[in-house]
Design a protein around this ligand. Structure first.
Ligand code: ZN
Length: 171
């Protein structure tokens, strides 16, 4: 997968995702094999994602490397791969947990986030990410873009991405 930091998406939906795709210089993207300019559109797959505007079905672009044959999904940095919950929501939950504040506003803002989602996210954070980011002095109180960049550069994973599929950062 390839994650791209973008300030072009305010509200994630198919239209903003498609606009984001249109702004990508596809020939500049590079593959794990080290080559750039070799990625071609390979199709779309659907993901369901919980946003503050409800659950959306997003068609996500997959590209394929002409050189090594590997395929990559293209994500804006506000998506956490394999999760239906957006990066901002993950961060709201984790920062509320650390600062011992209420989860109520998060559930109010996003009607599809419930207590079990929150518990799950905190458990995953404690199990997989807390020490990782602490050892590099990364902070969940930094901006999501900074944290994404740090985690993608250092761990080859988006913050809170649990599966270890390598994730390339493209700025
Ligand atoms: Zn390749």
């Amino acid at each position: 997968m390839i994650t791209i930091i973008t300030d072009k998406i305010n509200t994630l939906n198919q239209i903003s995702y498609n606009n984001f795709l249109q702004n990508i210089e596809m020939h500049q993207l590079s593959c794990f094999c080290g080559l750039s300019g070799c990625l071609i559109k390979h199709g779309y797959y659907t993901r369901s994602i919980k946003t503050s505007h409800g659950i959306i079905q997003l068609s996500i672009l997959r590209v394929k490397c002409k050189h090594c044959g590997k395929t990559h999904a293209i994500f804006p940095a506000l998506i956490v791969p394999y999760s239906r919950v957006l990066l901002n929501t993950h961060l709201s939950i984790i920062t509320a947990y650390i600062s011992k504040s209420s989860f109520e506003p998060i559930m109010m803002a996003n009607e599809y986030i419930d207590e079990s989602n929150i518990k799950y996210i905190i458990r995953q954070f404690l199990r997989h990410w807390k020490e990782c980011i602490a050892s590099f002095r990364f902070s969940v109180f930094d901006s999501p873009d900074i944290l994404s960049k740090q985690c993608l550069n250092t761990f080859k994973r988006q913050f809170m991405q649990i599966k270890c599929t390598a994730n390339i950062l493209f700025c």
